[in-house]
Design a protein around this ligand. Structure first.
Ligand code: HXC
Length: 260
């Protein structure tokens, strides 16, 4: 498919990494509805493509994404938001079974920060800036910012970020646990691809189960999360050839086609 607001590519030495680059540079990749619909479609296509193991979402050096498109939403009313379910399609990304990594250079603000947090892992370039500046324009985060940010960084820091609208830089973001690693700007994408390829050496079925299990930690109590983990863990033993292959030191890649 051809897209207007994103560039889609398949990268990595084994061509098993799906790359989605946001491409509205003049608007700092502001997340207008067509852009978001295209991200959703690209993610779905990669998820359904058996040769893709991992997905990366990135922007450019100036901006990952500077937020929801302010020009598009400024005339919204309470009533139109309700009727259209404004921003509801964003959650589709979090339903993807394959790992999604955000590679953030430049601004990740408002909806841009929320998009990064919808991903499973965030890597950042050292000039990245994160923030939830919605309060500056008389609104609040609307795509998970008030819910996911405290789960990443705790209540006090999340409150500070949401109530001030101040930006935090990549190193602060790493220190508070929002970002897992920081790289020089021009190394970010290649390091992110390496991570994606590393994940892609494992059984896709087991990767999916591992992702589901970790995500459950954010959905439930400890006791039922541990139960959920156990049942998935026991379930991995039903993927006989994987366990057998591992046990006998066979090449994992033999079991990486998703058919067990
Ligand atoms: C629409 C945007 C935009 C946005 C930037 N642009 N952010 N357009 N929506 N969120 C456009 C500008 O209008 C301008 O277009 C062009 O991108 C370049 O921006 P400048 O401001 O000239 O760049 P700079 O001076 O470098 O400042 C960068 C910036 C600033 C600090 C990131 O652009 C900024 O503060 N942007 C808004 C950030 C923000 O408030 N985000 C939260 C949005 S609310 P023209 O055509 O004028 O040259 C939100 C709600 C979340 O996300 C709800 C759930 C998703």
């Amino acid at each position: 498919p051809s897209y207007e607001n994103i560039i889609v590519d398949v990268v990595g030495t084994k061509k098993n990494v799906g790359l989605i680059q946001l491409n509205r540079p003049k608007a700092l990749n502001a997340l207008c509805k067509p852009l978001f619909q295209e991200i959703g479609k690209a993610v779905k296509d990669f998820e359904n493509n058996d040769s893709i193991a991992t997905i990366i979402i990135t922007g450019n050096e100036k901006a990952f994404a500077a937020g929801a498109d302010i020009k598009e939403m400024q005339n919204n009313t309470y009533s139109t938001n309700q009727k259209q379910g404004f921003l509801q399609e964003w959650e589709d990304i979090s339903n993807c079974g394959k790992p999604i990594i955000a590679a953030v250079n430049g601004f990740a603000l408002g909806g841009g920060c929320e998009l990064a947090m919808l991903c499973d892992i965030i890597y950042a370039g050292e000039k990245a800036k994160f923030g939830q500046p919605e309060i500056n324009i008389g609104t609040i985060p609307g795509a998970g910012g008030t819910q996911r940010l405290p789960r990443y960084v705790g209540k006090s820091k999340a409150m500070e970020i949401v109530l001030t609208g101040n930006f935090i830089d990549a190193h602060e973001a790493e220190k508070m646990g929002l970002v897992s690693r920081v790289f020089p700007v021009d190394k970010l994408l290649e390091e992110t691809i390496k991570l994606a390829e590393r994940i892609g050496t494992h059984s896709p079925l087991i990767v999916k189960m591992a992702k589901q299990a970790v995500n459950q930690a954010y959905e439930t109590t400890l006791r039922s999360g541990l139960q959920y983990e156990k049942s998935l863990f026991y379930g991995t033993f039903a993927t006989v050839s994987t366990i057998y292959g591992e046990f006998h030191g066979e090449d994992r890649a033999n079991y990486s086609n998703g058919i067990f």
